[in-house]
Design a protein around this ligand. Sequence first.
Ligand code: ASP
Length: 323
Amino acid sequence: MEIQNSNILVLATGGSIAQTSPDAPTLTGKSLLDAIPELQNKTAIAVEQISQVSSPDITSDNWLSLAHRINMADADEKVHGIVVTHGTDTLEETAFFLHLTVKTAKPVVVVGAMRRPYSLGADGAANLRDGIVVAGWPEARGRGVLVVLNSEIHSARDVAKTTFNLDAFKSRDFGILGQMVGGRPCFYRRIERRHTLDTAFSSDLPRLPRVAIVYSHVGVTPDVLEAVASSGYEGVVWAGTGSGSLPLAITPAASALVKNGLAFLRSSRVNSGHVKRNDEVDDDALGFITGGSLNPQKARILLMLSLTQTRDPVKIQELFDTH
Ligand code: ASP
């Protein structure tokens, strides 16, 4: 394996990569690194424990702290790259939030593990080692936030957890950016959409707007949307059937949300494909937004950040069409 002579900042948040029992993560970021002998004396690593939780318990405050810490690291010329260790359940969400909000060209790499430490075939140490190598690799700069697991390098925008097996992370419609070959990152492509230094967003926020995801199904009734509207949310991501469709019975409630100043965005529960505007639904007339190729949980993040900039659905749609 090849390790560049670089300084890496590791930000540990918990997750199965740090979890030796079914209860909760207990291993610190430092002990994860101590378990990788090949890193010793080869690269300078500073570790900070940001949280110690299973990733369903990650909060938007954790996201703001992580982004703030990474932005500070951008100004520190001693730091060449940043690695975040994270549970895999919500890893794609944290990675995408950082992809849209950190202001750095330095490599930022999010890693996790499908198997706990000490279990047979545990993958955490190898994923962390690969993440550290990628974070120290000059060609990894400027590619946006990367997710490294199972020897594959994904863009935070495109990747999703798709199963509970070792090869859980897939960039289904668009493919990986690169892979680890003989211990070195080998890149094949860049992503086109705006990220990191080039986004419209900042993490300098007191809080994020509340946006709910409502999952569609046969027989869904408008009262779920009415409940969201009366609970202080500022937007709804509709995880629609097929290409983000909604039953006729739902349209008046969705339209009422928009008239009351909430954002209503159509995405797809299929988790693949591109939800396009004005396809069986008159998005222009109804003031809806469409989520393109983002899955509902990622569309929610971009919608929350968009709502910090504007309430105008046309302007929000532009943000979705470019990020
Ligand atoms: N429960 C774990 C989490 O923190 C699962 C994992 O990390 O793979 O998301």
